[in-house]
Structure formats: C-alpha cells, structure tokens
Ligand binder design. Structure first.
Ligand SMILES: [Zn+2]
Ligand SMILES: [Zn+2]
Length: 355
C-alpha cells in the first residue's frame, strides 16, 4: 500500500510503500476512496497550537502524537475484508464491497466516557489520522466495524468531510438548537462555515449571519444562503451585526477561534447568550472577565462529535438531500500541495484526496 506520512513536523509529507495489512482481530480493511484535508491536519503537521500570551505552544508530541503518522480523519472507503474475530452481528448492514464513512474519533473504548458513547471525549484518544494512521493512503484498517457507517448511495467524495467538519458543525449547532428561531451568528465561511449553513437549514433554523474577513469567502457564504454577511475587520463590524440581525443575538458559533473573532462574538451577544467555540486558530482569551457574569454569557467549547451524532448527520443528509459543499478533488499524490494551499488560505471549500 502507498501512504503519505508526516515524518517530521513541518517537513513535506513522505511517500511510503509498504505491504497492505491484513485485518487482525475485529479490524476491517478498507480501500480508501476519498480522504478530506482538514485544517486540523495543519496543526498536526505543524506539531501544535498557539496558546497566546507568549505561552509555549501546545505540543502534540507531548500529547502523544508520535511520528511517522499518516494523517487523514475524513475518510470514505470500500470494505475489502473483515478480521477473523468479526461476528456477523458486528457487521450490521455492512458487507464486503460496501462503501462506508470512517468514524475517526476513537477513544480507548473501555472507560466510562467511551462506554457511554462519547469516545471523542476520551482521555486516552486513539483518533484515526491523529494518534493512529488515517486515510492519506490507498488502504487503511479500522478497529471495529461499528466505526464504519454505510453510505447507502451517498457520494464518497462529498460525504468524506462529514466525519470531521460535518459532525463538528452538527454537534456545535445542536448546542444552540434552542435559539434556532433567531439568526445565529457564524464566524468563518471556509469549509465548516458553508457546511454550517446547509445543516442549519436542514435542522430547521431561521438562518445565519456569517462573518469573515475574506470577501471571496463572504461571497461563497451568500451564495450558500447566508441571511447576511459582515466583514469582521470593518471598524463598525459590531454595529453591522446588530443591525443585520434586527433582533438580539442569542447564539454565536465561532469556527475560527482567534482573539478577534471571540471578542466580536462575545460583544455581539445579548444577555444570557451563548458563544460556542469550535475553531482552533489559537491565541489568548480577550474578554473582560466581569462582563461574563454581568451579561450571563455561556462560553462553551465543542470538539468534533460522537458516533451517534455522526450517524444522525448521515441520516439527515440522506433524508433532507443536503446539497454537497464545494470540494476540490486532488490525486493522493498531491497531498502535500493540498496542505500548502490550505495553509496559504488558497482553498475555497474542501480539498479531498482521491487515491
Ligand atoms: Zn478535521
Ligand atoms: Zn475511553
């Protein structure tokens, strides 16, 4: 099998040829059909996160990410073989030849958090494409068939990003579901922002005002059905938001997560409002502490989503025929170029690698 691996943080990905693994135990071997390139792959590639206030960057190496590593946590593949310990009941509706989305946010599988179904919150993460090898390859093994969600006719390339950007967005939207009768303010009109717009509509929301500093991305958001857009770098961005909302803003989803967006997101909220931070751009918290109690603001973090939410999302996509977000397909051999394009902000929508 061929894969593209991070051999050193920051260094170009290395092409590696090795024998295709045979699935052991309860593993499933898949032939990769599509692998999304995610912004968080940049953080893995760069080796960490900026924590602001001159703090030492949050190092992924210290958190157990070892190299070499095949990235890729938005993977769709065709089932090639089940391991010897997979029972018929484990397979559910899956058989060899079926095409499935890989749920990548695996935990240890044993702690109370994992047993409760929130493997994405496990303290001993084994996420595919982060702590274990992922989909920047032509083949991949998955620990157990329960992490493979049958596409049942959905398109592999446009469905792949649902494993990360999709479920991340879905889980964040669920955290502000009670405010769906008001305009939601969404920061960031990249891949996640465009996905948030279509999911919000499918979930029955009134709509969203999208903030982005890039005019091309605001354009894409308007085409995707945003109620309005605002340039976050405009000196009167706050006034524009208030005016365009036309009513108190009760919910903000920040898909960027830097000091400027979380500041504006916080400032535009009405009393009792909620700021959900999803983006990992980095930096330090900008808020004046007394305003958090005075405005009774809830600030909540949201990190990907669990297996149940991922299944709900695929069911929603199928039932509501959610239109695919714009994707750019690239051959797997261009994995490195895709990362560089993403780093330089040259991509509109999502890059998906196809072996
Ligand atoms: Zn991701
Ligand atoms: Zn666990």
């Amino acid at each position: 099998m061929r894969s593209f691996q991070v051999a050193d943080f920051h260094a170009p990905l290395k092409e590696v040829e090795q024998p295709t693994p045979q699935p052991s135990g309860t593993q499933v071997l898949i032939k990769v059909k599509a692998a999304g390139v995610c912004h968080s792959d940049l953080h893995i590639w760069e080796g960490g996160y900026d924590l602001g206030h001159g703090r030492k960057p949050l190092s992924l190496k210290d958190r157990g990410v070892s190299l070499p590593r095949t990235m890729g946590h938005e993977t769709v593949g065709e089932i090639v073989a089940f391991g010897p310990d997979v029972k018929e009941a484990d397979k559910g509706d899956l058989k060899v030849g079926d095409v499935a989305l890989v749920y990548p946010w695996l935990g240890c599988g044993q702690c109370t958090t994992c047993v409760a179904g929130d493997e994405n919150m496990c303290l001993r993460p084994q996420s595919l494409g982060v702590y274990c090898d992922g989909g920047y390859a032509d083949h991949m093994t998955v620990r157990h068939p329960k992490y493979l969600l049958n596409l049942k006719g959905l398109d592999p390339v446009t469905t792949a990003p649902y494993a990360c950007s999709g479920v991340t967005t879905y889980s964040a939207l669920k955290k502000v579901e009670k405010d769906f009768d008001t305009p939601i303010v969404i920061f960031g009109a990249g891949g996640l922002g465009l996905m948030a717009l279509s999911l919000l509509k499918a979930m029955g929301g009134k709509g969203a005002i999208v903030v982005d500093i890039d005019a091309r991305k605001r354009d894409a958001a308007e085409k995707a059905g945003a109620l309005a857009t605002v340039d976050g770098s405009a000196p009167d961005a706050l006034e524009q938001l208030t005016k365009k909302a036309g009513e108190p803003i009760r919910a903000v989803i920040d898909l960027v997560g830097n000091a400027a967006t979380t500041q504006l997101g916080f400032d535009c909220l009405t009393k009792g409002g909620k700021l959900v931070i999803v983006g990992l751009f980095g930096g330090g918290a900008p808020w004046a502490l007394p305003l958090i109690p005075i405005k009774a603001i809830t600030i909540q973090g949201s990190y990907v989503g669990n297996l149940r939410e991922t299944q709900e999302l695929l069911d929603l996509v199928r039932a509501k025929k959610i239109p695919p977000i714009p994707v750019t397909t690239l051959p797997l051999a261009k994995a490195n170029d895709a990362l560089v394009d993403l780093q330089k902000g040259r991509l509109v929508g999502r890059a998906v690698l196809v072996p």
